[in-house]
Design a protein around this ligand. Structure first.
Ligand SMILES: Cc1cc2nc3c(=O)[nH]c(=O)nc-3n(C[C@H](O)[C@H](O)[C@H](O)COP(=O)(O)OP(=O)(O)OC[C@H]3O[C@@H](n4cnc5c(N)ncnc54)[C@H](O)[C@@H]3O)c2cc1C
Length: 488
């Protein structure tokens, strides 16, 4: 049995804590914030409940696989609801496409918008499913140690898809701009532009149309609670309000962490905090990646978020609503090519109280609004308010109602908060993008290249951004740790 210190309590750290405790180790999780869950924390205020980060529960099979590793099921801890429609995409005033909860209806929707596209969509989805089977059921469970992990008889047949991109692929098959945007949307979760994301990543389209959009009954935080319960059942200990200040290294081996000036020794340190931040806890000679390295990476966007409580029910909305009524590609340029506050922002709105009445007091609505932003961008109160005004004006016009006068609670969260709350590099919201050159073995390593007994997990390492990848990342790093100790 080894004494293991885990830094942070996001999904990747929670996952690793469960696997390591199951293997018989003595595991303690140290979290700098007052509550656990990392970017998936919950905010409660004036009777409203908000998930602060993730809200799309995709790839339910990954959650099932995680709990099955412990002889459990998600339903042992939380109830899942399949959203129907999965989401709406707004293109103009009361002009939206609703994405149904099953492929047959989605095919009909496509066909009604572009003749012949229904059949093409079925073919596209068959390929997307085949990619899902290869990528998500197999490749993402490999630790990113060697390029050979990606070379299988199945990937050899798909090699062309690594050298084309989603944007090009979708345009070859569909011509209607709305359908193109809907098919480009899922890969945004990977943190890069669709034109920089390999076609092989169409497995995200299968996650979307094929597997559906789900909602844990009282929010994504149900999953945090579930994993904490499981971890505690397995013997994991949690310490909150515990910001780790330093990782002590002796003879090139991680020996201890320092919190509030107090040194706590352990056999092994595993960090689920942002990789860049964790390396700043080391003396510079022990860091594996330079500042220039981090600066040259493509990071997933930061976000401007507003958690809003309305004192009435909101009309003409769905649980998830995407507002694509302005130029999708200009906003992408404002994030990736010439970083600046978007001239005309796309935004996303989430209304959990439509599905979960406990998320708001009776007769009221809880919502969050999200604008993706370039990481590292200037963040001021004045800019936040300026953009709140812009998106509220558009929201009122597009859904044809007045809502601003009904706001009784509002809290914003933006780049500066990502830095101060999570020690996020450049205030990124969801890690390092999954571009071709930042995939698998090309991502920062799970095992420190310079310090023995120091490991990493989370969205800056493999497999990448998102809640399902975080669960997998925790499993991968635990396997590496167990391999090292069984060989020692
Ligand atoms: C606004 C937003 C929306 C998102 N939407 C979705 C979605 O809909 N679906 C989806 O699948 N994914 C979504 N994501 C991505 C997903 O939430 C993340 O990929 C995932 O939660 C990251 O988990 P993690 O364990 O890598 O990191 P984190 O959750 O960031 O955990 C890291 C933890 O380390 C702690 N920490 C940092 N420094 C220290 C220190 N020195 N000492 C102790 N603790 C420290 C932090 O406080 C934090 O708790 C979203 C993310 C955001 C921000």
């Amino acid at each position: 049995m080894k004494k293991i210190t885990i830094i942070g309590s996001g999904f990747s750290a929670l996952s690793a804590s469960c696997y390591l405790a199951q293997s018989g180790h003595d595991v303690t999780v140290f979290e700098k914030n007052e509550t656990i869950g990392g970017r998936a924390r919950q905010l409660k205020a004036q009777g409203f409940t908000f998930d602060m980060g993730p809200s799309w529960y995709w790839m339910p099979d990954i959650f099932e696989r995680f709990f099955a590793d412990f002889g459990k099921k998600p339903s042992d801890y939380y109830e899942l609801i399949k959203l129907s429609p999965a989401y709406r995409v707004y293109f103009g005033v009361e002009d939206f496409i609703a994405i149904a909860d099953n492929l047959d209806e989605i095919v009909n929707t496509f066909e009604s918008i572009e003749k012949g596209s229904g059949k093409v969509l079925r073919e596209f989805m068959a390929e997307a499913q085949s990619n899902y089977d290869i990528a998500i059921k197999d490749l993402v469970y490999r630790p990113g140690v060697s390029p050979l992990e990606l070379v299988t008889t199945k990937t050899a047949l798909k090699v062309g898809q690594f050298f084309s991109n989603i944007s090009r692929d979708v345009r070859k098959k569909f011509s209607n701009p709305r359908l193109i945007q809907i098919l480009e949307f899922p890969v945004l979760f990977l943190g890069a532009k669709p034109s920089d994301t390999p076609s092989f990543y169409s497995f995200m389209n299968f996650a979307d149309f094929g597997l559906g959009t789900w909602h844990p009954k009282t929010g994504m935080f149900d999953v945090v609670r579930a994993m904490e319960s499981l971890a505690r059942e397995l013997g994991v200990k949690f310490v909150t309000n515990a910001a780790i200040e330093k990782i002590v290294v002796e003879n090139k081996t991680a020996k201890a962490i320092v919190i509030n000036g107090q040194t706590i020794t352990s056999d092994l340190v595993l960090s689920g905090a942002d990789y860049h931040h964790t390396e700043t806890l080391l003396d510079s000679e022990h860091r594996a990646y330079s500042e220039a390295y981090w600066d040259s990476r493509v990071f997933a966007p930061s976000s401007l978020l507003f958690y809003v409580g309305f004192d009435k029910k909101i009309e003409n909305i769905s649980h998830h609503a995407l507002f694509f009524d302005v130029d999708f590609y200009q906003h992408a340029k404002d994030i990736y090519d010439a970083p600046q506050w978007p001239k005309e922002p796309l935004f996303y709105a989430n209304f959990p109280s439509l599905t979960d009445p406990t998320a708001a007091p009776e007769g009221m609505e809880s919502a969050f609004f999200l604008v993706p932003l370039a990481p590292g961008i200037e963040d001021t109160e004045a800019l936040r308010e300026q953009y709140f005004d812009v998106i509220m004006t558009r929201f009122e016009q597009l859904t044809k109602q007045d809502v601003r006068k009904n706001i009784i609670f509002k809290q914003s969260f933006c780049k500066n908060d990502f830095v101060s709350e999570y020690n996020s590099y450049k205030g990124n919201a969801y890690g390092m993008a999954n571009t071709l050159l930042q995939t698998a073995f090309l991502r920062p390593k799970l095992k420190s290249k310079k310090v023995k007994n120091l490991f990493f997990t989370g969205q800056l390492t493999v497999p990448g951004p998102g809640v399902p990848p975080a669960l997998i990342s925790g499993k991968l790093v635990s396997e590496l740790i167990n391999n090292q100790f069984s060989l020692a």
